[in-house]
Design a protein. Sequence first.
Length: 157
Amino acid sequence: MATKPGKTWSEKLNDSKDLPKIERVPLRMQKRFGKGTMTIPSPREVDAVMKKVVSGKIITINRIREKIAKRHKTDIACPITTGIFSWIAAHAADEQKQKGKKNITPYWRTLKEGGVINKKYPGGIEEQVMLLETEGHHIIQKGSEWIVVDWEKNLTR
């Protein structure tokens, strides 16, 4: 029996899964995030925020979450799905780049908190460092992490 091929990254990005949704912050998350409401964003919504980051600027996953929560008038945006969907957006952009598309989501501008480069994004640390340095950022290594120097000064508003 032949196995069914999996979805492409672009197909995963375009699968809304009936999202976004607004829910109460789950009990297991209340100690860290407090009570209130939470947006579970769609993959396209996370991608749309990532797409708006211009050359020379960066954004963090937490800043993406803030923007999504504000848009939906909720207390927080889900940290788990936002992280997963940024990863899907990054891989979909790389997939599009491999097909020759030029105007892709600039995923290398999306960092973890503290200005840390996400080593799980396409191209790994090396490619992202190269892309960020091309845009004027200075990157240093601290232990096993690679960090954009003065990342706070270059945050997208």
